[in-house]
Design a protein around this ligand. Structure first.
Ligand SMILES: Cc1cc2nc3c(=O)[nH]c(=O)nc-3n(C[C@H](O)[C@H](O)[C@H](O)COP(=O)(O)OP(=O)(O)OC[C@H]3O[C@@H](n4cnc5c(N)ncnc54)[C@H](O)[C@@H]3O)c2cc1C
Length: 504
């Protein structure tokens, strides 16, 4: 049988996990694939800094849903485990509250029952019922949205019908459904902060986003041995094995088109020379809004239609090498705002920097001693903050001031004299994130999840303007987070193969 990609070429713009997943799957269908990446490394936000014996994962630190990566690595006698070694973490999160309460979130049900027993017997029952509800939300969303790659509300209705969608919790906000089901104030904060995976507000997101706890509890929370960047190295190997032509230091500056079709790209290489590459299909791992604006010069009318796919939150990202270890930290920790709803309102509605941020703190040496020298520690601090607002921008000094607020908070909540123990520091602002990865206004997680603006849908994977232009990554369905962007790459490879067959 003739293979879908025979004699057909594809240019992929960007070597994030979305772009690389698409490139590998297309090469396996015999397309001739060229992958152009502006930076000198593959992985996009999955990035690494090694300095003075410390190894910092600059981007993602939590690996979930390994099954969504398997198709990229498996199918020709290989297994995902031939490329990376996964370690399951439990407790999954340690949660610190301003009143001194510390609560661990365990995958192990008996450990969780014991953890919650101090609040009274009904609290575990509420927790278990909430997980059953979370599982149901996940199952519905997985069936169509994730497995079939649904892209529009119309496709959604056609797949599910009104009857099947009945169990989907879409009338309330995520917070509303948590408050209805959970009476314990600490657990409420923990479940609401699952929205961190998509950089949005639990008060603005539809309730079916409560599917997220099920992802961790049903399929585990994992560490990639040696650091998350090992996943980028694994992808690099897979690109080589599948024959993808990878060109680093190549920034695409224009997508060429004729009428309703794109015909290739113009890229600038590391020496500044222009390179033109023709292609039958173009896949952009650059987010939809910046790509349409900068690479295609889309008119105002098109940009207006895309407005509802505005950016998720950005962040300041602080990596610290410490000359001591704080034993109270687990691998993944959250230090909550005193009033989480005030925090959500301030960051997501009022677009202000937080004055009492919720902090995600990662300490990978709890699992992997290779990440810091003996007796030292390596921590990442990540508060969520508004994306860059060009009309009313924050300055680097504002972000530095916020970093000091974060360190004050951690010192107040138990990391005594943290400042004094810093021996290495690396600091990213939204301006750095935007410049390095070309993300929309420094977004970390693609498109905002907002029930009034987009009902948690992201942009469609196939361009509505050009029939042979496709998008992958956090700005298209099913959205951000490593497993989701890997899935978008696989769906786009299938869509292109189908189109190529139809056009043959
Ligand atoms: C600090 C931080 C923490 C995170 N934590 C987690 C986590 O714990 N778990 C999780 O699952 N996810 C996490 N995420 C989110 C996750 O990193 C992203 O959702 C995912 O990696 C995005 O992949 P992507 O393919 O959409 O794009 P990206 O990783 O952004 O890759 C896009 C690539 O395209 C390149 N590019 C863009 N424009 C051009 C152009 N014109 N020419 C050539 N190349 C171009 C960029 O340089 C980049 O390499 C985190 C992100 C950050 C920043």
């Amino acid at each position: 049988m003739r293979s879908a990609g025979k004699d057909k070429s594809v240019v992929v713009i960007g070597a994030g996990l979305g772009g690389m997943s698409a490139a590998i799957m297309l090469a396996r269908k015999d397309f001739k694939v060229t992958l152009l990446e502006k930076n000198q490394h593959v992985g996009g936000k999955l990035n690494q800094l090694q300095v003075a014996g410390f190894s910092f994962d600059l981007g993602p630190s939590i690996f979930t849903l390994p099954q969504f990566f398997r198709p990229v690595f498996e199918g020709d006698g290989k297994r995902l485990e031939d490329y990376i070694r996964l370690q399951r973490l439990d407790p999954q999160w340690r949660n610190f509250f301003e009143d001194g309460m510390v609560l661990d979130l365990w995958e192990d049900a008996e450990m969780m029952r014991t953890e919650l027993a101090r609040f009274g017997p009904h609290v575990y029952d509420e927790y278990a019922e909430f997980l059953a509800y979370s599982r149901r939300q996940y199952e519905i969303v997985e069936n169509g949205y994730l497995n079939e790659g649904l892209d529009t509300f119309r496709q959604f209705l056609r797949f599910y019908g009104w009857r099947d969608a009945r169990d989907l919790d879409y009338m309330r906000s995520m917070s509303g459904s948590i408050y209805k089901r959970i009476s314990n104030r600490y657990l409420r904060d923990v479940f609401e902060y699952f929205i961190k995976y998509v950089g949005s507000s639990a008060m603005e997101s539809p309730a079916f986003m409560n599917l997220m706890p099920n992802i961790q509890m049903e399929y585990g929370l994992w560490y990639v041995a040696g650091g998350l960047y090992e996943l980028a190295r694994a992808y690099r190997r897979r690109l080589e094995e599948t024959g993808v032509d990878v060109r680093l230091g190549h920034e695409v500056v224009q997508i060429e088109r004729i009428g309703q079709r794109v015909i290739g790209v113009q890229a600038k290489d590391a020496t500044g020379a222009m390179v033109a590459i023709k292609a039958d299909y173009v896949v952009s791992n650059m987010e939809v809004i910046p790509a349409m604006k900068k690479l295609l010069g889309a008119p105002a009318g098109v940009m207006k239609k895309l407005k509802r796919f505005g950016p998720a939150c950005s962040g300041i990202v602080v990596h610290l090498g410490l000359d001591r270890v704080y034993p109270q930290l687990a691998h993944h920790n959250f230090f909550y705002s005193k009033d989480l709803h005030r925090h959500f309102r301030r960051v997501f509605r009022n677009k202000q920097l937080p004055d009492d941020p919720t902090l995600y703190v990662v300490a990978p040496t709890r699992t992997d001693r290779t990440q810091a020298p003996e007796g030292c520690d390596n921590i990442k601090i990540l508060p969520h903050i508004p994306p860059i607002d060009e009309q009313n921008p924050y300055t680097r000094e504002d972000y530095v001031a916020l970093k000091e607020v974060c360190i004050d908070k951690l010192e107040r909540m138990g990391l005594k004299d943290l400042r004094k123990h810093i021996v290495v520091e690396d600091f990213w602002t939204p301006l750095d994130i935007e410049a390095r990865y070309a993300s929309n206004r420094g977004s970390i997680y693609g498109v905002i999840c907002d029930r009034t603006r987009n009902f948690a849908f992201k942009a469609p994977k196939q361009s509505t303007e050009f029939s042979n232009l496709f998008f992958v990554g956090g700005s298209v369905n099913p959205g951000a987070g490593m497993p989701m962007v890997a899935l978008s790459g696989q769906h786009v490879a299938r869509m292109i193969a189908k189109q190529a067959e139809a056009e043959a």
